[in-house]
Design a binder for this molecule. Structure first.
Ligand code: SIN
Length: 532
C-alpha cells in the first residue's frame, strides 16, 4: 500500500492543473492509464473561451453560456467560471503558453477566434493545436515538480470507500485500487483526497471526436462508489468530424465555421441558412440535428464544410493541423469542401459536484469533463470546457487544502489488498471486442442525436444483459485494461440511457421525437445514484 496526500486520476488540463497546485501542499500521485499526454485535452483544437478584450464583457459571456445551456445552467457556476477565467489564463501564460496574438493599432493583442453561440470573438488559441500546447506546457510543469509522481500505464480499477469496507461511519473515500499494466498487479493507493479528472466518454459511441482513452472511467467508478451522477443524457455531438475511412475521430474545429466556413449538402446548397438565422454558427445541437436531418433527407453519408473562399496562406497559418491532415487524406481544403459528419464530442453531465469539485461522497472530488458543476446545463457553449477545467481545478485545490477533512477513523487503518481470487487469463479477447463494438453501435443507433422512447428502451434492455455478461467475465478472468474499459463503457452507456429515459421532454442536447417540446415543469437536473 502506498500513501499520498493527494491522488489525481487523469492527466488532462484539470488533473494536471490541480496536481501542480496541490504539489505545494503535499505529495501527489497522478494516475494515467496510458502516457501522460493521452487525454482529451491534447486533442482540443478550438481553444479557451475567456473575456480578454475591451469589446467583450463578463455579462455577455455569462449570457451566451446560459442561453446555450437551455435553462439548466447553474448561474452561480457560470459567473464563477467566467469571472475567474482571466486569472487562470494569466497563470497558463506564466507557465510559458503562448496564445496566438496579432497587431492591433501598433500593439499586440490576443488573436481571438469565434465559435458558435458566442456573441463576441473570445476564443484564445494556439493555431488549431491549442489543447496540445496546453497539455505540453502543463506536463512540463508537473514533471519538474519533485512532489509529483506521474504513474503512467496505471489504470484505476475501483474506489475504496468506508461503506464498501463495512465501516459503520459516515461514508468516505479512502483510496483506490490501481492496475499496473506493466506488472499486471493491482496496487492499493491510500489517500483521503482523491480527485477524479478522467475526462469524458466519447468512446461509448461508434463515431466520436475523442481519443481512445475516453471510456467513461470516472463516472462509472464514482457511480459504483455511490456518488451522485447528473445529467448524463446531455451528450454533445460535434457537427463536423472529418468523414474519411482512414481518419476517423479527426475533428474539424468549429473555428473553421467561425472564420466563414459554410455547410453545404451534396448539391452545394447552404442548408444551414434555411435552418437557423445564425446559419453554420448556430448552437451546436441545432447544427448537429440539421446535418443529421439533411443526411437522412438526401440519403447522403456526409455533408460538406466549404471554406474555399479563404486563401491558402490564411488556412495554412490559422489551421495548420487541419490543413495538413486533410491534405494527407487527399482533401485540399483550399480548393474543395471538406466531407464532415456529426460525432459524439462532449459529456455535459457527469459526477455531480459543487463549484469546488466536491462530490456527494466525502473525500472524493471531480474536476474537468467528468464533473457536472452546472456550468454547461443542457448544452455546453463551445470552448467553455478548458476554462472550466482550469478554474475548478484551482478552486478544488484551494478548498481541499483549506478544509482538510477530519481524519477518518479508517484513515489510519491499513486498507485490504485487492483480491484477485481464482482468476485465469482471458483466452478469448474476441468476446471483449465484440461487446465493445456492440455497445458503441447500439448507442449510436438508439441513443444518438435524435431519440425515441422505443429505441431507448431497446438499448436499455440490451445493456442490462451486456452488463451481466461483462460482470461474469470480469470475475472469472484476471483484469486487463480492455476488460476494465469495457465494464466502464457499459456502465456509462446505461447511465446515459437511464437519464435519457427519465427526461420526458426535449431540451438542449436531448432531443426525443416522443416529446419534441421543452417543458418548463421539467426544468431540473437528472440525478442518479446507486441508492436512488
Ligand atoms: C472545436 O474546436 O470545434 C471544439 C471546441 C470545443 O468543443 O469546445
Amino acid at each position: 500500500m502506498r500513501d499520498y496526500d493527494f491522488v489525481v486520476i487523469g492527466s488532462g488540463i484539470a488533473g494536471l492543473t490541480f496536481a501542480i497546485k496541490a504539489a505545494k501542499h503535499g505529495r501527489v500521485a497522478i494516475l494515467t492509464k496510458r502516457k501522460g499526454a493521452d487525454s482529451n485535452t491534447a486533442w482540443a483544437q478550438g481553444g479557451v473561451a475567456c473575456v480578454t478584450s475591451d469589446e467583450d464583457s463578463f455579462d455577455l459571456h455569462i449570457c451566451d453560456t446560459i442561453e446555450a445551456g437551455a435553462g439548466l445552467c447553474d448561474p452561480g457556476a457560470v459567473e464563477t467560471v467566467v469571472k475567474e477565467g482571466p486569472a487562470r489564463i494569466r497563470e497558463l501564460v506564466e507557465l510559458g503558453l503562448q496564445f496566438d496574438q496579432r497587431d492591433i493599432s501598433g500593439h499586440r493583442e490576443f488573436d481571438l477566434g469565434r465559435e458558435g453561440g458566442h456573441s463576441k470573438r473570445r476564443v484564445l488559441h494556439v493555431h488549431d493545436l491549442t489543447g496540445h500546447e496546453i497539455e505540453t506546457t502543463l506536463l512540463r510543469a508537473a514533471r519538474s515538480s519533485p512532489n509529483i509522481e506521474l504513474l503512467e500505464n496505471h489504470m484505476a480499477v475501483d474506489l475504496i470507500t468506508a461503506a464498501k469496507l463495512g465501516f459503520a461511519t459516515e461514508d468516505h473515500c479512502l483510496g483506490v485500487y490501481v492496475l499496473d499494466e506493466v506488472s499486471g498487479t493491482v496496487e492499493t493507493l491510500r489517500s483521503d483526497r482523491l480527485v477524479v479528472a478522467t475526462g469524458g466518454c466519447g468512446k461509448v459511441y461508434l463515431y466520436t471526436t475523442n481519443p481512445a482513452v475516453a471510456t467513461g472511467d470516472g463516472v462509472a467508478m464514482a457511480w459504483r462508489a455511490g456518488a451522485v451522477i447528473a445529467n448524463m443524457e446531455f451528450i454533445q455531438f460535434h457537427p463536423t468530424c472529418l468523414f474519411h475511412p482512414l481518419a476517423t475521430s479527426f475533428l474539424i474545429s468549429e473555428a473553421v465555421r467561425g472564420e466563414g466556413g459554410i455547410l453545404r449538402n451534396r448539391k452545394g446548397e447552404d442548408f444551414m441558412s434555411r435552418a437557423h438565422p445564425k446559419g453554420a454558427l448556430a448552437p451546436r445541437d441545432i447544427v448537429a440535428r440539421a446535418i443529421d436531418a439533411e443526411m437522412k433527407r438526401t440519403g447522403a453519408q456526409c455533408v460538406y464544410l466549404d471554406i474555399t473562399h479563404r486563401s491558402r496562406e490564411f488556412l495554412q497559418e490559422r489551421f495548420p493541423n487541419i490543413y495538413e491532415t486533410c491534405l494527407r487524406n487527399g482533401i485540399d481544403m483550399a480548393e474543395e469542401p471538406i466531407p464532415v459528419v456529426p460525432a459524439a464530442h462532449y459529456q455535459c453531465g457527469g459526477i455531480k459536484t459543487d463549484i469546488n469539485g466536491a462530490t456527494s461522497l466525502p473525500g472524493l472530488y471531480a474536476i474537468g469533463e467528468v464533473a457536472c458543476t452546472g456550468l454547461h446545463g443542457a448544452n455546453r457553449l463551445a470552448s467553455n470546457s478548458l476554462l472550466e477545467g482550469l478554474v475548478v481545478a484551482h478552486r478544488a485545490c484551494e478548498a481541499i487544502v483549506r478544509h482538510r477533512p477530519p481524519a477518518h477513523p479508517a484513515g489510519s487503518l491499513s486498507l485490504p489488498e485487492w483480491v484477485a481470487g481464482d482468476t485465469q487469463d482471458v483466452d478469448e479477447l474476441v468476446v471483449i471486442y465484440h461487446n465493445w463494438d456492440e455497445i458503441r453501435r447500439l448507442m449510436w443507433d438508439y441513443v444518438g442525436i435524435v431519440r425515441t422512447d422505443k429505441r431507448l428502451q431497446r438499448a436499455s434492455a440490451r445493456l442490462r444483459n451486456l452488463q451481466r455478461e461483462i460482470q461474469e467475465f470480469y470475475w472469472n478472468f484476471r483484469i486487463t485494461v480492455d476488460l476494465l474499459e469495457l465494464r466502464n463503457l457499459a456502465t456509462t452507456a446505461a447511465l446515459i440511457v437511464d437519464s435519457a429515459l427519465s427526461r420526458k421532454e426535449s431540451r438542449g442536447l436531448h432531443y426525443t421525437m416522443d416529446y419534441p417540446e421543452m417543458d418548463e415543469c421539467l426544468r431540473r437536473d437528472t440525478l442518479l445514484s446507486v441508492a436512488s
